[in-house]
Design a protein around this ligand. Structure first.
Ligand code: HAM
Length: 423
């Protein structure tokens, strides 16, 4: 039998309700903060990600799903949302006169990583991108928004932590990279092969390595950011706003992020119950990206939350959530009454809010009743041949088992169902 590809998962009907709840909560809160939804294609030119995330990032080096299309163009399944949004912004910016643009997005991303708990090859992100402001209060606002969203989903404040750092401007970041290379050089031999290959091109990524040997080798290395006065002032202001607004955070100089485009503020939100893949949200400033991609010098900042990890941290076993049950099941004692039952079903579907269905795939009343029970119906309407001779039906309440005979009158029946089935 064919199975879903490794690292991909079906979202089954009993789980979809939770996904819709999360997506709608995102739409609600993001629109309160002034964001508009954007939907970009799942495929982009591979070059887009190479130029933005960085040629030597893990994503571009070994995780992107790449293929050549019929015209010989190298195409990638999008591994993240920021680069496509910047591309869409640049391509369409003539349409928007406002200086500040706030976008949010919800959708699947693709990375060929080794699957494990909280890490998939097709996963989903909910993210925001704020383009056109370098003001530090925007950094604080975006971090606040992420925490408000998590709390709205019922994730407890004491279970997650915001880890905050500043990489400084491009110059500061180069100094930081140089300093890290100096500090790591003495322990280079004890690092894993991947980290050794990261040393020259993407040294900061070594601090993200989850291999025990690497964690141990670099544990005493203190990353000491040297921010220029301007970046220091910016970062101080971000912290001040967060403190003033009651958003808790921890400074963590090991938050360096693996994508090339970050400068200044970077942050991750981790959840304590998630094990090694504990980042439920990550983001930061990318003040040079838009310019580097051919646009005007335009500062920007954003974040993305991983939906699968959100669900894990909501501690809801989503597979145990009952999917939508039927309100009303309709059964008959014989085929002769099926047409009559269809008429009543059409009436209910037209005039009521109830989910309702028949179970005529089964012949016997007993088998139909079993299906009605499995569908979770609260009330079963029984078209019985004997009762129907007197224009009566039987209604069975599946919670209490109570059964009663009622008149076959559409309006009266509708009123009764409305009384008996709680909203
Ligand atoms: P990222 O750190 O690569 O950042 O991903 C953001 C979040 O997506 C992670 O914190 C995690 O929750 C989730 N995630 C990433 N990879 C996987 C995976 N393989 N399986 C499950 N979940 C995963 C970005 O993507 C940036 N574009 C975020 C950003 C937006 N920065 C600025 N604006």
């Amino acid at each position: 039998m064919l199975k879903a590809l490794r690292g991909t998962k079906d979202i089954l009907p009993d789980e979809v309700g939770l996904w819709i709840h999360i997506e709608n909560s995102a739409r609600d809160i993001f629109s309160i903060y002034g964001y508009n939804e954007i939907r970009t294609p799942l495929i982009e030119e591979a070059e887009l990600f190479k130029r933005s995330i960085g040629e030597y990032s893990d994503i571009v080096q070994k995780e992107m799903y790449l293929f050549e299309d019929r015209a010989g163009r190298l195409v990638a399944l999008r591994p993240e949302g920021t680069a496509p949004i910047v591309r869409a912004y640049l391509e369409n910016c003539g349409r928007y006169s406002q200086r500040l643009q706030k976008f949010f997005y919800i959708g699947p991303m693709f990375r060929g990583e080794r699957p494990q708990k909280g890490r998939q090859r097709q996963f989903h992100q909910i993210g925001v991108e704020l383009i056109g402001s370098s003001l530090p209060f925007r950094d604080a606002e975006i971090i606040q928004l992420a925490t408000v969203f998590l709390k709205r989903l019922g994730i407890k404040e004491e279970d997650f932590s915001v880890r905050l750092n500043s990489l400084g401007c491009e110059k500061d970041k180069l100094l930081l990279i140089k300093k890290c290379q100096e500090d790591i050089r003495p322990v280079l031999k004890s690092l894993c092969e991947t980290c050794i290959s990261r040393y020259d091109k993407n040294v900061l990524r070594i601090f993200d390595c989850k291999m025990e040997g690497c964690i141990d080798a670099i544990k005493d290395i203190k990353i000491k950011n040297t921010l220029c006065d301007e970046c220091k002032g910016h970062f101080d202001a971000v912290k001040r706003y967060l403190n003033e607004w009651g958003v808790k955070f921890q400074l963590d100089e090991k938050i360096v992020r693996g994508l090339d485009y970050y400068t200044r503020t970077v942050f991750e939100i981790t959840h304590k119950a998630l094990g090694s893949q504990d980042a439920i949200c990550a983001g930061g400033r990318y003040d040079n990206l838009i310019k580097d991609m051919g646009g005007k010098d335009t500062p920007a900042i954003g974040f993305a939350l991983g939906v699968e990890r959100l669900i894990l941290s909501m501690k809801i076993d989503s597979t145990k959530r009952p999917y939508k049950k039927l309100d009303v099941s309709i059964v008959t004692t014989g085929k002769a009454l099926q047409d009559e039952a269809f008429r009543f079903l059409n009436f209910l579907r037209d005039k009521s809010r109830f989910s309702c269905d028949v179970h005529f795939e089964e012949d016997s009343l007993k088998a139909q009743m079993r299906q009605a029970e499995r569908s979770g119906a609260r009330l079963v309407v029984i078209f019985g041949e004997e009762e129907f001779k007197n224009k009566k039906l039987i209604i069975k309440n599946m919670d209490t088992g109570f059964q009663e005979e009622v008149d076959y009158n559409y309006e009266a029946l509708l009123k009764k169902l409305e009384r008996d089935i709680p909203r």
